[in-house]
Design a protein around this ligand. Structure first.
Ligand code: SAH
Length: 261
């Protein structure tokens, strides 16, 4: 009994020690948790060049867009710089992504396909309607001499302009406004690309094409077709490429529609 009694304080000392230890480890774990939570969100920034290379091989070349200029531009332009922060790590997925204001940056394959359909040689002055994030304009700027791009939503146009300037794409000119009437002061163009879908082709854009130049445009309401219209001596040649799904073109085009019987 005595013996046991005399051992009791020693046992309590041990308990105390292990309790302190428990508290210490608990504090350590808590500290670690706080440290991890206050760290900046981990970004895959260093993985982007590799993801971009895979995007070009697996989404673009494998689907038949092999024009060397287009492949090079798609491999060089940092798509992630045009994607909003929360979605940045998904920049190189095989699909469109939200860029705010209910709009999207197109799927990489569609950007590459539409670019290749303009058949550029580097000497062209191009018009784009629907700047959005500015990504398509940046890709075009690697393959054409000058790119003029119009965005109807001020907040998107301003953001795109900042991104393009920061990245040094100085042959891209952004205008905020309705692209329905094109950019008369800079017309005619060697090619026009529309990246929002009108229900029908905006006539003024045809008027701003040089002879032999192409208009690449998605046309339709819910079901849309990607069309290539080429201005020839005999009129306008029309080629249907593939079914697509773009955000609708808004502004003056909507009045044109409502005026139809
Ligand atoms: N090319 C863009 C994606 C385009 S999304 C990119 O690379 O990110 C389509 C864009 O067209 C949207 O930003 C939308 O606001 C714009 N748009 C719609 N109607 C327009 C019009 N009438 N004139 C100019 N831009 C228009």
């Amino acid at each position: 009994m005595n013996c046991r009694l005399s051992r009791t304080p020693t046992t309590s000392g041990l308990d105390m020690n292990s309790k302190i230890l428990e508290w210490k480890s608990l504090l350590f774990v808590l500290g670690l948790l706080v440290a991890v939570m206050s760290m900046p969100v981990y970004s895959q920034e260093s993985a982007y060049p590799n993801q971009r290379r895979m995007m070009v091989e697996e989404q673009i070349m494998s689907r038949g867009v092999t024009d060397p200029g287009v492949v090079k531009a798609m491999g060089e332009v940092p798509r992630h710089a045009f994607v909003p922060d929360p979605l940045r790590d998904r920049s190189y997925i095989d699909g469109p992504l939200a860029i705010g204001s209910g709009q999207t940056i197109s799927q990489p394959y569609i950007v590459a396909l539409m670019t290749s359909l303009l058949e550029l040689d580097g000497s062209e002055k191009i018009l784009e309607i629907g700047t959005g994030s500015g990504y398509q304009a940046a890709v075009l700027s690697r393959l054409a001499r000058e790119v003029y791009t119009i965005e109807i939503r001020e907040e998107l146009g301003e953001k795109a302009e900042t991104t393009l300037t920061d990245l040094g794409y100085d042959n891209v000119h952004v205008r905020i406004g309705d692209g329905y009437q094109g950019w008369p002061e800079e017309a005619p163009f060697d090619g026009i690309m529309v990246t929002a879908a009108p229900g029908e082709i905006p006539e003024p854009l045809i008027g701003q094409l040089k002879q032999g130049a192409k208009l690449v445009i998605p046309v339709g309401d819910f079901f849309q077709d990607l069309l290539v219209l080429t201005k020839t001596d005999d009129g306008v040649e029309r080629r249907e490429i593939i079914p697509v799904r773009f955000v609708p073109m808004i502004g003056e085009i909507e009045n044109q529609k409502s005026q139809k019987p």
